[in-house]
Design a protein around this ligand. Structure first.
Ligand code: DX5
Ligand code: ZN
Length: 240
């Protein structure tokens, strides 16, 4: 099986890595990293024991910030076999979907607030061999995505308003995580925003199985292994 450091991986292998990973899985968000040294950053994450990475794509329209798009992701894909959990914070994800698929994304997440009738897009994602996921912002009720749960492989519950790293965790969203977990005992539920050693255990107790963390991983001392170990330990799992 191709590991996170090998660039010749297939999408099926990468999705196998993601789905076979111990749970809960801490997934570093590539937003607060040093974009001028991405190959080194990816290698440092691999050595630190990360098994997947979360890519935050911002269009400056759905959210008030810009990050990176498919051409940049395609270049990262040349250097890493990490599963790419790709969070499209975009008003019109359908327009660019093929580019993200070609770039080597594996899980494609878009927002229910941007695409209120999501089934055709979810099916396009799955038909391409990717996993499809819906994200919902803190004010959006779970009922907004409930009709579509048979068409998704995972759900991303935002615990901050999207657009920026380093914001405060909103514990009120845990009610949605609990309700979703009881409706879907086996589904991968990700939580994204403000995850750190103090907030992670409540997220796991509510039923989150994937913990997206940006600033808690890319901390100033550069010790990603310690950051991941601390998060995993606080999440109630023995660190890898
Ligand atoms: C927010 C992004 C998150 C965020 C995580 O718009 O979707 O992935 O960057 O960063 P922290 O962990 O710093 O909240
Ligand atoms: Zn994100």
């Amino acid at each position: 099986m191709a590991g996170p450091g090998q660039s010749s991986s297939t999408r099926a292998e990468r999705l196998g890595t993601l789905n076979g990973a111990p749970k809960p899985l801490v997934t570093p968000s590539l937003l607060n990293c040093d974009f001028g040294r991405m190959t080194e950053e990816l290698e440092a994450l691999r050595q630190a024991g990360a098994l997947a990475v979360h890519l935050d794509v911002m269009d400056g329209h759905f959210v008030p910030n810009l990050s990176y798009g498919a051409p940049v992701i395609a270049d990262w894909r040349k250097y890493t076999g990490f599963p790419f959990d790709t969070h499209l914070m975009m008003s019109d994800p359908a327009r660019y979907l093929d580019d993200f698929i070609k770039a080597g994304c594996d899980v494609v997440i878009f927002h229910i607030e941007a695409v209120p009738e999501p089934v055709p897009l979810l099916r396009r994602i799955r038909d391409a061999g990717c996993e499809a996921s819906l994200a919902l912002n803190p004010p959006t009720p779970l009922s907004a995505i409930e009709p579509f749960l048979d068409d998704v492989d995972s759900v991303l519950v935002m615990s901050v308003m999207p657009g920026f790293g380093g914001q405060k965790f909103d514990a009120q969203v845990l009610d949605k995580v609990r309700a979703l977990r009881s409706a879907r005992p086996e589904m991968r539920i990700s939580i994204d925003g403000g995850i750190n050693p103090s907030t992670v255990s409540a997220a796991v107790a509510a039923g989150a199985t994937q913990l997206v963390a940006g600033s808690a991983v890319f901390r100033s001392d550069g010790n990603y292994a310690a950051a991941l170990a601390e998060l995993a330990e606080s999440a109630g799992r023995v660190p890898m």
